[in-house]
Write a protein that binds this ligand. Structure first.
Ligand SMILES: Cc1cc2nc3c(=O)[nH]c(=O)nc-3n(C[C@H](O)[C@H](O)[C@H](O)COP(=O)(O)O)c2cc1C
Length: 372
């Protein structure tokens, strides 16, 4: 495949109305059996902190912009007990921020589990550990057994987003207003004289992500978020979702940027092998785990309704990018042209592929003008 630039010889990000360079990050194995809901494992599964640390350091060296965890409290069973081991992501981020220097590191917080003052305090601490490199993914929660385990009642879908919006307003208030002066009243929270000191170093506050894609999620992120992370079925779906979220934000007088999940597999000497490997992932799907995961998500969310169950076996629904390094770079460029501002990638061989991406795909993205 020939690498195309944006507009003749003009680098893509200049051709696209002065857009920021593409951001690229890794959807980390902070949980076991990531990324596929499948028995197919080309290398042994490794969710340990040491493994996450090695990947974070390799990603930093390779120039990745950020790493992003999955937050889980309970596994989904099946032979692989999908996500049965999971590292808590505030403490996970603390450890990784302390051993890295440049890369941004996110935590994922379930709104029903944390008091917002506690989350704001932990977030400010993480921001200080990383000298302004920490960000937060604030999710409403969809996995009923996790909350039942904790005796926490789940609200109905759209009310969950109302509560998430209040949670974000409180974080912003605690992080930006004079400590001790912030009051907040809603059906979900009462805050009196909210005090978080130190506040984050990053101004106005650490970046706020939401990773829902229902109507309620899109409206909420348009009003409150900085980034929306999405899981489209492919280019057309990504273009529609990105345009819709950006239009909703524009109506609020705001800018929200969009990051798409992606799962690349590439072999320069034998691109067909990437397609065969994806088929193998699906052929070896762990249907018990997959159905437990997908039934929960299907019942509790307004998203993933465009995905077939087979699509969910591969990277939990991440759109594949298959072939050679050039095919992967071109695919990423196409997502960018379609309005996606960043990509969140999962890999079948996390450490090896992080290094390989740095050596083989990053130079192509740079040549195309997608990254600096
Ligand atoms: C990139 C990405 C990351 C996500 N991370 C988590 C997570 O760590 N924990 C979780 O419970 N849900 C996670 N979700 C699920 C979403 O928060 C959301 O509940 C789900 O996509 C359903 O969307 P909806 O609530 O808008 O219907 C993630 C979704 C995406 C696309």
């Amino acid at each position: 495949m020939t690498i195309r630039e944006g507009n003749g010889q003009v680098p893509i990000n200049q051709a696209q109305n002065g857009r920021d360079p593409l951001k690229f990050g890794i959807f980390m194995p902070s949980v076991s059996s990531n990324p596929n809901i499948s028995r197919y494992k080309p290398v042994p599964d490794d969710w340990t902190f040491e493994s996450n640390k090695q990947i974070a350091l390799a990603a930093e060296t390779a120039g990745f912009n950020f790493i992003f965890p999955i937050s889980r409290w309970k596994g989904f069973g099946g032979d692989i007990n999908y996500h049965g081991h999971s590292l808590e992501t505030m403490t996970w981020a603390a450890g990784l921020l302390a051993v890295t220097n440049k890369i941004e590191i996110y935590s994922t917080v379930h709104v029903p589990v944390f008091n917002p003052v506690v989350a704001a305090k932990m977030g400010a601490t993480l921001d200080h550990i990383g000298s302004g490199r920490w960000g937060i993914n604030i999710v409403s929660g969809w996995c009923r057994p996790e909350f039942e385990m904790m005796g926490i009642e789940m609200l109905n879908h759209d009310d969950r987003y109302g509560r998430t919006e209040d949670f974000i307003k409180i974080l912003k208030g605690l992080w930006t207003e004079e400590p001790g002066t912030f009051d907040f009243d809603s059906p979900h929270y009462t805050i009196r004289g909210g005090y978080v000191q130190p506040q984050p170093q990053r101004k106005p506050h650490p970046p706020i992500v939401n990773a829902g894609s229902s109507d309620a999620a899109r409206d909420m992120v348009a009003r409150q978020g900085d980034w929306s992370f999405i899981c489209p079925t492919g280019f057309d779906d990504a273009e529609l979702i990105a345009a819709d979220i950006k239009a909703r934000a524009a109506r609020e007088g705001r800018t929200v940027r969009v990051v798409s999940m992606l799962q690349p597999i590439w072999y320069n000497d034998d691109p067909q092998r990437a397609y065969d490997e994806k088929d193998e992932v699906v052929a070896q799907a762990d249907w018990v785990a997959l159905n437990n995961w997908a039934d929960g998500l299907g019942m509790e969310s307004g998203s993933f309704d465009q995905h077939t169950r087979e699509m969910l076996a591969f990277g939990a629904g991440s759109p594949p990018l298959l072939g050679s390094a050039e095919d992967v770079a071109e695919g990423i460029a196409e997502y960018y042209r379609r309005g996606v501002d960043g990509v969140l990638m999962a890999y079948n061989r996390y450490l090896e592929d992080t290094i390989k991406f740095g050596n083989e795909v990053v130079p192509l993205l740079r040549k195309m003008g997608l990254i600096d």
